[in-house]
Design a protein around this ligand. Sequence first.
Ligand SMILES: *Cc1c(COP(=O)(O)O)cnc(C)c1O
Length: 494
Amino acid sequence: METNGTKGLLLEEPLIFEKSSEGRVGVEPASFDVPAADAASLIPKGLLRDGLGGFPDLSEIDTVRHYTRLSQWNFGVDSGFYPLGSCTMKYNPKVNEDIAGMPGFTKLHPYQSTDLAQGALELMYELEGYLSEISGMDAVTLQPSAGAHGELCGLLMIAEYFKAKGKPRTRVIIPDTAHGTNPASSHLAGFKVIPVKSEGKGVLTVEAVKAALDRETAAIMLTNPNTLGLFERHIKEIADAVHAKGGFLYCDGANMNAIMGIMKLGDLGVDVVQFNLHKTFSTPHGGGGPGSGPVGVRKVLEPFLPVPRIKKAGRKFKLVYDRPRSIGRLKAFYGNFGIMVRAYSYIRRMGGEGLKRASETAILNANYLKERLKGTYQIAFDQPCMHECVFSDKIQQAHGVSTMDVAKRLIDYGYHPPTVYFPLVVPGAIMIEPTETETLETMDRFIEAMKAIAEEARTNPELLKNAPAKTKVQRVDETRAAREPVLRWKGVKK
Ligand SMILES: *Cc1c(COP(=O)(O)O)cnc(C)c1O
C-alpha cells in the first residue's frame, strides 16, 4: 500500500509587486503594420487613462511561476482527499467543465434578445424540470446564487404567502442540528427563530416539534439528511403536524448527494427545498463561490417565485415578468448560468440510474469509514449514517488531545482535515464526508492515517500538539487572522 504522508518542496513566493522590476515586460506585441493613431483623437477624454499605475512589471515566466507557486500552496479536490463534512467536496467530471466552456454558452450576453438565446433558455427550462423531478416539487427557480440565498428565497415566498392571505406569520422553527445559514436566513426574511432540541437522539421527534408549533409558525426548517448525517425518520409526521397548523415544511436540500434518485422530498411532505448545485451537481466550490441555489416549491407557492420565469410557448421559450404576486428579483439577470450548464450536463450524463448510484455510493463510503473508525474515535450516534458521519475526540481527550490537534496532524499526513466542531450538538465533533467519488484505496489510506494519529495521541501527544509540522505556516490564531488580516506579507528582504 502507498504510504501516507507528505514530502516535497514548497517554494517561498513574495508578493507579485515585490518581484516587479520597472520597465520589464511580459509580452512584446509585434510591430504595427498599420499607421499608429492618436488615442486622444479616437477615444473620449473621460475614458482615457494616463498610464497603468500600480501594476507590477514582470517577465512572462516570472508571472507564470508566481501563480503556479501560489496554486501549489493550496489544497483542492484535484490534489487530494478532502473529506469536509457538510460540504460535499467531491470530484467533478471535467467533461462538464468542457461543456460549460463551450463558446455558445460562454459568449452569450445577458442582454441578448431571447430570440437569440433559445438554446440557453431551453437548457434552463429543462434543468428546472429535472430538479423538479429529483425533488418531487411542482416548480423550480434557478435564480438564487448560493444555498443560503435559496433559503432566503424560499422564506421570502413563505412570508409573502401569509401576507397575501392577510395573516402574516412571524415564526420559523429550527432544530439545534441545523446549518448556521438556516437561522440567519430566517432572521433576514423577518422571522423570529424558535429553536427545538434534538434531545440527544440525533433526529427530531414529532413531540418536540408539536410543542413548538402554533398558529404563528410560518414554517419548520429542517435538513434531511441532517447535519449529523442521519435521516430524519419522523419527517412525514413532522410534515403532517406543521400542515395541520397551516404552516410549511422547508427542507434544506444541500445534502441532496445522499438522496437524489433514491427518494423525493416531495413524497415526505416537504413544501419548499433549495438545492446546492455547487455541492452535488458538478460545480467545485469553496472560497466563496460562485454558487447556485435553485429552489423548488409546491403549486401553492408557485405564484411567489422570483421573476422572470421561463415559459414554453409552442416550440419557443420566453421570459415572463408579469407575475403580480412574485417576490421580485433576487439576482441580476437569471442566476449563475455556467453552474446551471454543469448541472444540466451532469444530470444528462448520469441519468436517473447514475444519480441514484452516486447517492448509494456516497452512503456506502460514509458507512464504511464509520465502521472502520469507530472504536478508534468515539462515534457520536452509532447507527447507520447517510453520506457523512460524525465522531468526537472523547477517547483522545484522555491524553489531552483535542479534535483540533487531530485535524492539524492530518495535514502532515497529506489530507485536508474534516469539518471540526460542527454540528454544535456534538462536543469536539469531527464530521467526515468521503463522497462517492473516492476509491476504496483512498479511504483505506485515510483510515490508516486516522488510526496512526490516534496511536500518536496515546504514545506521543506532543506530535499532535505541534502539528502541522510540514506546512509553510504552523498554527495561526484563527480568530485574530479573521479580525485583523495582514494582507501584506512581510517575509521578503528586497
Ligand atoms: C452548505 C450548506 C448550506 C449553505 O450553502 P451555501 O451555498 O454555502 O450558502 C446550507 N445548509 C447546509 C445543510 C449546507 O450543507
